[in-house]
Design a protein around this ligand. Structure first.
Ligand code: NAP
Length: 268
């Protein structure tokens, strides 16, 4: 068997076209949607992520404002910046690029963002709404994974979905979104015993770890759908967490890196 490769770039484009139409409708009613992207310091990957988000805004007709602060910005200074953005009516979304430099209190910053403008869905109010199954803003990478599953008509209801990774950004919210879609969810992490025994029972396997080649073919149930969230740089090449070629022969569907979950994150 050779898996079908899921084209995240194509699905992401589909979503962007839908968003473009929504933006046009808003503009026609007199509202120009605006996003503030805040970058602190010079983390090379963060620069690329922010640049791609700003580019995506431009291509959709969304107003964007990049706030680039120096590495030695203090928590107090960043809190003031977030407060200013909260009060700007032309900005409807605020995105603070993570990770922040170690000396900044990340939890305090996320808590300071107006929950209504918290497009990353990381404010405790939005995280709580997700846990309770109430409406709210959702983190973009887990939303991107759900969109892939829905738009590829992969049956989630009743399926056993194994997620490797339990971060606040990806694994945990993804587990909750999958529960809302009536999946049976198992979250695995670095202390999980017998990881392979568990992953082999997953109809859908999601890897969100940041460890290249962690998901070898023997971890995959034959015919499973495999979603690779990981982004790792190996020898100047981007790779995921999945041992791509061997897993391609065992799974039924597989997302590539790049071109899988990445473009979905930006679109969402
Ligand atoms: P993270 O905060 O570092 O979390 C990694 C998770 O993996 C943790 O829950 C950790 O367990 C678990 N883990 C580590 N080693 C493990 C092992 N040997 N076996 C099983 N679980 C293990 O990372 P993240 O922010 O969730 O991101 C995960 C990956 O996704 C990274 O490669 C990141 O670059 C990528 N990412 C991609 C996108 C995209 O758009 N495609 C977006 C966001 C992130 P513990 O909790 O026990 O430490």
């Amino acid at each position: 068997m050779t898996a079908r490769i899921i084209n995240g770039t194509r699905i992401g484009k589909e979503i962007r076209e839908e968003v473009c139409a929504d933006v046009l409708r808003l503009k026609n009613s007199g509202v120009i949607p605006g996003l503030a992207a805040v970058l602190v310091g010079n983390h090379p990957a963060s620069h690329i992520y922010i640049r791609n988000k700003i580019k995506a805004c431009d291509s959709l007709g969304v107003f964007s404002k990049l706030v680039h602060l120096p590495e030695d910005t203090t928590t107090t200074q960043l809190l003031q910046c977030v407060s200013d953005l909260n009060h700007q009516d032309s900005l409807h979304g605020i995105l603070v690029q993570l990770p922040l430099p170690n000396h900044i209190d990340e939890a305090a910053i996320l808590f300071a963002i107006d929950p209504a403008k918290d497009v990353d869905g990381l404010h405790p109010l939005n995280a709580g709404n997700l846990a309770l199954g109430h409406a709210g803003l959702r983190p973009c990478t887990p939303s991107g994974v759900i969109e892939i599953l829905l738009r590829e008509r992969i049956s989630v209801k009743g399926a056993h979905v194994v997620v490797i990774g339990r971060s606040n950004l990806v694994g945990k919210p993804l587990g909750l979104l999958l529960l809302q879609q009536h999946a049976t969810v198992t979250l695995c992490h670095s202390r999980t015993k017998n990881l392979g025994k568990i992953t082999q029972t997953g109809d859908i396997l999601v890897a969100a770890v940041g460890y290249p080649g962690l998901v070898t073919a023997d971890l995959v149930k034959p015919g499973a759908v495999v979603i690779d969230v990981g982004i790792n740089r190996v020898d100047d090449k981007l790779v995921g967490d999945v041992d791509y070629e061997p897993v391609l022969k065992k799974a039924s569907l597989l997302t590539p890196v790049p071109g899988g979950v990445g473009p979905m994150t930006i679109a969402c």
